[in-house]
Design a protein around this ligand. Structure first.
Ligand code: NAD
Length: 362
C-alpha cells in the first residue's frame, strides 16, 4: 500500500520527535511491504520565519492532497519568542486553528492508557491504578460553546457576558458515528457524556446518540452525566472504553484523563474529518525548555503515528506492532528523562526511537 503522509515537524522539540516517528514508520512499512511517501511542510513559528505567516495556502493544499498529516508540535516560549509579539492571528497557534478548520477536523481522539510499567506516575490510589485503564476520549471539536455566538454588553452600568452552546443533529450524528465505529476497533463500549438533566443541547445529543446506536447493536451504549463522569474518571477509570462527548465537556475530561496517566510525553492524539483523513499529533506542546537537546520523549508522537495507521489506513496489525514495541522497550526498563525512575536506564530521544524501531519485527 502507498501511504501519502504530510509531516509538520513544527517548532521546539517537534523536529526531533517527528524524526523518531518517521524512523519507526519506515521500519514498520519495510516490514509489511508498504511504500511511505513523506513530505515535510512548515507550520507555526517555522512558517512565520520562512513565509511571514503561520500557515500558507500551499501547506493547506498539500495537507489536503495527502492521506494523513503527522505533526510534532508548534509554538515557542510565549515570554521570550518574537513570534508572540505578532498580532494573535499571526502567531504560531493561529496556524493550528486554521489547519483544523480548513481540513474540517471535527472529531478529536485522545487515548488515555496506563502502562503498567509507568503505574508509579499515576496519581490515583494504588488499588485503582493496579487495575489499569485504557480509554479513548472522543471530543466534538468544531461546535458547541466554543463556536457559538458570544457577546459582552453593559446595561445600566452592569456588564453582562453571553456564550451560546448550540448543536444541530447532523453535527451530533457525524461524531456519534465516528464514536461507534472506533468502539468497534476496541472493546465495543461507548459512554456518551452529557448534561441532559439541564441542557436542551444535551437532550438532543442523547436522542441522536440513541438513534445512531441502533445501527451498532454489537456496541454497548451507556449515558453518563458529565459531573458523574468527572468523578468516575478518578474513582474507577477501568470502566471506560470510548467516552463520546461534546466540545467543552471533552476539553475538560480529556485533560483530566491525561492527568491520571501521569506522563505527558506518552499521550497521542488524532483529529479526524468525515473521510478517513486525519491529523495526528502528540497531546503535549513544543517544550521549548528542552528543545534541540535530544532529551524529548518521542513516544507520544510514535503512538500518534500508530493511530494514523489504524484510523486513516486501517492497518491495525501494523499499529499493534508499534504499540507492542513501545510496551517492550518500557518493559526492558528504557526511559527518557521525563518518565525516568529508579533502576531504569535513561536514554535520549533518538535512542528511544532506535530502540522502538529495533523491536519491530524482532
Ligand atoms: P508543553 O507541553 O510544551 O510543556 C510542558 C512541560 O512538559 C515542559 O516542562 C516540557 O519540557 C514537558 N514536556 C512536554 N512534552 C514533552 C516530551 N515529549 N518529552 C519530555 N518532556 C516534555 O507545554 P507549554 O510549555 O505550556 O507550551 C510550550 C509551547 O507549546 C507553547 O508555545 C504552546 O502554545 C505550545 N503548544 C502547542 C501545542 C500543539 O502544537 N498542539 C499544544 C500545546 C502547547
Amino acid at each position: 500500500m502507498e501511504l501519502h503522509i504530510v509531516c509538520i515537524p513544527g517548532d521546539g522539540i517537534g523536529p526531533e520527535i517527528v524524526s523518531e516517528a518517521k524512523k519507526v514508520l519506515q521500519k514498520v512499512a519495510g516490514q509489511y511491504g508498504h511504500t511511505l511517501i513523506l513530505k515535510d511542510v512548515l507550520m507555526g513559528g517555522a512558517s512565520i520565519d520562512a513565509y511571514g505567516v503561520p500557515l500558507t495556502d500551499e501547506t493547506i493544499a498539500q495537507a489536503k492532497a495527502a492521506d494523513a498529516v503527522l505533526m510534532g508540535s508548534i509554538g515557542g516560549d510565549p515570554n521570550t519568542s518574537p513570534w508572540y509579539r505578532l498580532a494573535p492571528d499571526k502567531r504560531p497557534e493561529a496556524g493550528l486553528l486554521k489547519i483544523r478548520k480548513s481540513l474540517n477536523l471535527f472529531a478529536n481522539l485522545r487515548p488515555a492508557y496506563l502502562y503498567p510499567q509507568l503505574a508509579a506516575a499515576c496519581p490515583l490510589k494504588e488499588d485503582i491504578s493496579k487495575a489499569g485503564f485504557d480509554m479513548l476520549i472522543m471530543r466534538e471539536l468544531t461546535g458547541g460553546l466554543y463556536f457559538g455566538e458570544r457577546k459582552t454588553t453593559v446595561e445600566n452600568g452592569v456588564r453582562r457576558a453571553v456564550d451560546t452552546l448550540t448543536y444541530d443533529e447532523n453535527e451530533i450524528r457525524r461524531i456519534a458515528i465516528k464514536g461507534f465505529e472506533i468502539a468497534r476497533k476496541r472493546r465495543h463500549k461507548v459512554t456518551s457524556v452529557d448534561k441532559a438533566n439541564v441542557l436542551d443541547s444535551s437532550r438532543l445529543w442523547r436522542e441522536v446518540v440513541n438513534q445512531v446506536a441502533k445501527d451498532y447493536p454489537d456496541v454497548t451504549l451507556e449515558h453518563m452525566l458529565v459531573d458523574n463522569c468527572a468523578m468516575q474518571l478518578v474513582r474507577n477509570p477501568a470502566q471506560f472504553d470510548v467516552i463520546l462527548t461534546e466540545n467543552m465537556f471533552g476539553d475538560i475530561l480529556s485533560d483530566e484523563a491525561s492527568m491520571v496517566t501521569g506522563s505527558i510525553g506518552m499521550l497521542a492524539s488524532a483529529s479526524l474529518n468525515d473521510t478517513r483523513f486525519g491529523l495526528y499529533e502528540p497531546s503535549h506542546g513544543s517544550a521549548p525548555d528542552i528543545a534541540g537537546r535530544n532529551l524529548a520523549n518521542p513516544i507520544a508522537t510514535i503512538l500518534s503515528a500508530a493511530m494514523m495507521l489504524r484510523y486513516s489506513f486501517d492497518l491495525d496489525r501494523e499499529a499493534d506492532e508499534i504499540e507492542q514495541a513501545v510496551r517492550q522497550v518500557l518493559q526492558e526498563g528504557y526511559r527518557t528523562g521525563d518518565i525516568m525512575s529508579e533502576g531504569c536506564t535513561q536514554v535520549s530521544c533518538s535512542k528511544m526511537g532506535d530502540l522502538i524501531a529495533d523491536r519491530i519485527g524482532a
